[in-house]
Write a protein that binds this ligand. Structure first.
Ligand code: DAH
Length: 339
């Protein structure tokens, strides 16, 4: 009997069934009422008592092995018999949830593209900056009250290291690396220590522009900004420049565009003035050129800086700034068609 079980166990691994009939034949042979296992059980009754323990264990072992193998063959057969003939394996899976570009990325790219067509190339600088590039080189004196205009995040252990409060720092980064002619556009994230609300956030995005060459005038600046405004908001867009103050430009101005929500008639968005401010600009202060290694007796320049959130709001009327950083897909999905 021992040998019988032994050879049975050796057989098990080799058992095969390529269809239902063969599988059924195996079941009948081994596992049915009159099958080999049951026969062994019957023979077991006549086994001498002292061998019962060992042989009993062996029979159980054989039964389990055969049952397992049988189930394995059964499931193999079931999967191989599934009908795949009507499956088109080249078809795109459905539904395909495509990601969309973030509205701020869409608008930033649009801004960069417009200036690229006007000959501006892309420049970049670090978000974690030093005081010199953010303030010093931009003509903010140490005790300059203008530093208070921007609530700065400082690194406690390194008071000289800050999160940049504006992309104007990239102007300095560019000037220290290259001599005029310089014509760059610098998009990036900036940080200010503000309480977060629908109208303010502790980080937002700006695009900085800088042009330095021999004969650069305020008229050039105005023309470039007018072209930008019309490309961005439509050919009927008007601009107006109001005198302003920035430490790094002289003269300085803020630019408004005719409100593209009400077409200049007056609405809640433009506070019924018909105009909305979109950027700051001016002629680069000679002190800034000199501080960054450019001869201000030979070169002149203009610069401008705009907020990407503001422009996005104007284009898409997003009422709450926080939506831009919450990554709520219901909000992001709304920009599907703008991608
Ligand atoms: N840096 C200014 C700000 O963050 C914006 C700005 C104004 C940039 C005038 C400029 C400029 O380049 O000429 O508010």
């Amino acid at each position: 009997m021992k040998e019988k079980i032994q050879s049975l166990l050796a057989e098990v691994e080799k058992l095969q069934a390529s269809n239902e009939e063969e599988l059924e034949a195996l079941r009948l042979k081994y596992l049915s009422k009159k099958g080999i296992i049951n026969q062994l059980m019957a023979d077991f009754r006549t086994v001498p008592a002292e061998m019962k323990r060992e042989l009993g264990m062996r029979i159980n072992e054989a039964k389990t092995a055969i049952t397992d193998r049988f189930n394995e063959l059964k499931s193999q057969l079931a999967t191989s018999e599934e009908d795949h003939s009507d499956l088109d394996l080249t078809r795109t899976p459905y539904p395909v949830k495509l990601g969309t570009r973030h509205p701020l990325s869409i608008v930033k790219q649009e801004i960069v593209d417009i200036f690229a067509r006007l000959g501006f190339s892309l420049a970049d600088g670090p978000e974690v900056e030093d005081d010199w590039h953010v303030f010093g080189s931009m003509n903010f004196a140490d005790d300059h009250p203008a530093r208070d205009m921007q609530d700065t995040f400082f690194v406690e252990s390194h008071p000289d290291i800050i999160l940049r409060t504006h992309t104007s720092s990239v102007q300095s980064r560019v000037m220290e690396k290259m001599q005029p002619p310089i014509r760059v556009i610098c998009p990036g994230r900036v940080y200010r220590n503000e309480a977060i609300s629908a109208r303010a956030h502790c980080f937002f995005h700006q695009v900085e522009g800088l042009y330095i060459d021999k004969d650069v005038s305020f008229t050039d600046l105005k023309q470039v900004l007018l072209t930008f405004a019309r490309e961005m908001f439509g050919p009927d867009t008007k601009i107006r420049l109001r005198p302003s103050y920035f430490p790094f430009t002289e003269p300085s101005a803020e630019m408004d565009i005719s409100c593209n929500i009400c077409g200049g008639e007056g609405c809640a968005f433009c506070k019924h003035t018909g105009w909305v401010e979109i950027l700051g600009c001016g002629m680069v202060d000679p002190n800034v050129l000199e501080a960054n290694g450019i001869d201000s007796t030979i070169y002149k320049g203009y610069a401008f800086g705009m907020g990407v959130e503001r422009i996005t709001n104007l284009k898409y009327q997003v009422k709450d700034l926080r939506l831009f950083s919450e990554n709520d897909v219901r909000f992001l999905d709304e920009f599907m068609s703008a991608n």
